[in-house]
Design a protein around this ligand. Structure first.
Ligand code: HEM
Length: 475
């Protein structure tokens, strides 16, 4: 399909407000409903927009769309369609605002410069040297999980994935690095609290005000943390790479430039993997036949040894399971772009400032490529090889995620280690509601009971909650 051949539907007035409100409450199912009603490109005109410092009318349209053609058109032209953060920044001159940008809004030479810096710690050849140590870390961490008890999978997943990031991307575990990365991740998470968007008022009792205050303290700690790395270049540590680098003009990177990048890197480096890990484990607990086939592959190929994935190519079913989990429940289900100039989308003229929300969740359900799209069926991956535009879970084009190989490897190692050691049962009457914040995550605690992997097979517990709107689960 060519994006130019799609006929967009333009909604104005009350209809635009109604769909905009539905989108704010639940962007995934509302967009699915909008597409079922109007087709795969819906333009909402003149929505009110709440900015941290003021309420303004967004006099430009918000476009909801999905599909490889739109991904290809927008993601390949970052100068025209710039990445935009929808998170609240902070008052002018505040640490919260200094910490906001990250890499997404950068373009041209500046963007290429930072990408080159990040390539060092994240490149595939380096990740491949880490797999044994990753397996060791996973084994040590999960060996301490309490068998026979119910754990909050989201929290345990966070510890594990943050552990990988701190140990292998941010210079190794120390009290200080754990504390700084933890604070950075928490702050990024709190920025997604709807109260921070709804009440952007800088008081100590509001979430927005608390973010502003926490950011001051995080900035101070972060500057002290990276200062100790100055003069000690280390290509394995993102923070050391940044602090010892130069900007595009050849000048040493100052504190402001460093703090503009690090918090988003903390968030990006652990929460995506955490989301993939927990949804993969949940889907396996709901599909014991698939979990059994995965255990067979791991047993026969690894023979009970630590799953270092030296021979990752030898574990095709593990690869298919993780890809399929990311297809059905994408960790980053939406991507945002803003038009830098007047342009067109699907043949329609669009003013400068037009916002577009690209929907990975729905792109991953293209009927021609992914039949029976809501069903978790890893075998489908033996017959397909979609492009990044058709399967944009890590984005596509020049801003494609530079950390994808690191996290794909880390998640596979973690899944393999967990599945070989444990079975996970959901307690009776489990309800799972999701939210998109910006990763796809459970709204509340996700309790699972741990049993040894060699225990008896039991039927999966039926799950309630709105997760069923996204994926087909056993009744
Ligand atoms: C499963 C885990 C991960 C997922 C699903 C994921 C997903 C994504 C996606 C979808 C984008 C593109 C966003 C857009 O175009 O709007 C992105 C960008 C990015 N990711 Fe990841 N990511 C993951 C892990 C990581 C890791 C481990 C790092 C390491 C630091 C990382 C760093 C970045 C950076 C720096 C960008 C911005 C790239 C640019 O603007 O050029 N991500 N990620």
């Amino acid at each position: 399909m060519d994006a130019a051949t799609v006929k967009p539907t333009r909604l104005t007035g009350i209809a635009a407000l109604r769909w905009g409100w539905r989108f704010a409450l639940d962007p995934l199912t509302s967009t699915r409903r909008a597409f079922d009603t109007f087709g795969p490109c819906v333009i909402l005109a003149a929505l009110p927009l709440i900015r941290p410092s003021r309420v303004a009318v967004l006099g430009v349209p918000l476009v909801l769309t999905a599909g490889a053609a739109f991904y290809s058109e927008l993601m390949s032209r970052p100068d025209m369609w710039r990445g935009v953060s929808v998170l609240p920044g902070g008052p002018k001159g505040s640490a919260a605002r200094r910490m906001s940008p990250g890499l997404m809004p950068l373009t041209g030479d500046q963007h290429a410069h930072y990408r080159k810096l990040l390539a060092q710690p994240l490149r595939r050849s380096r990740v491949e040297t880490l797999t044994k140590n990753m397996a060791r870390l996973a084994e040590t961490e999960i060996a301490s999980w309490p068998v026979g008890e119910t754990i909050d999978l989201w929290e345990y997943g966070r510890r594990l994935m943050q552990g990988f990031a701190v140990e292998f991307l941010f210079g190794g575990t120390s009290e200080q690095s754990r504390a700084v990365t933890e604070m950075g991740c928490r702050m990024m998470e709190r920025k997604w609290d709807w109260r921070a968007f709804a009440f952007p008022i800088n008081l100590s009792v509001t979430i927005y005000g608390q973010i502003v205050r926490e950011a001051e303290s995080l900035e101070r700690r972060m500057i002290a943390w990276v200062a100790a790395k100055r003069g000690h270049p280390d290509g394995r540590d993102i923070a050391a790479v940044l602090v010892n680098s130069r900007d595009v003009g050849g000048n040493p990177l100052d504190d402001a430039a460093i703090v503009s990048q690090l918090p988003s890197l903390f968030g990006l480096s652990s929460e995506g993997g955490q989301s993939v890990l927990i949804w993969t484990l949940l889907l396996l607990s709901q599909h014991p036949d698939i979990a059994a086939r995965l255990r067979d592959e791991l047993q026969s190929k690894l023979g009970g040894t630590a799953p270092s994935l030296d021979r990752a190519g030898d574990l095709p079913f593990l690869d298919a399971v993780v890809k399929e989990a990311m297809r059905v429940l994408p960790p980053v289900p939406l991507q945002f772009r803003v038009a830098q100039q007047q342009t067109t989308i699907a043949g329609q003229d669009m003013p400068r400032g037009t916002r577009v929300v690209l929907n990975t969740f729905l792109t991953n359900r293209a009927p021609g490529l992914y039949p029976d799209p809501d069903t978790f069926r890893p075998e489908r991956w033996f017959a397909i090889s979609p492009s990044a535009f058709e399967f944009p879970v890590f984005g596509a084009g020049p801003h494609i995620c530079p950390g994808y190989w690191f996290d794909l490897t880390a998640v596979k190692i973690a899944v393999a280690a967990i599945v070989m050691r444990y079975r996970m049962d959901l307690p009776p009457n489990t309800r799972i509601d999701f939210r998109t914040q910006p990763t796809l995550r459970p709204r509340a605690r996700l309790g699972v009971a741990l049993r040894p992997a060699n225990g008896a097979e039991v039927a999966p517990t039926p799950v309630g909650g709105n997760i069923r709107r996204l994926v087909t689960l056993p009744a």
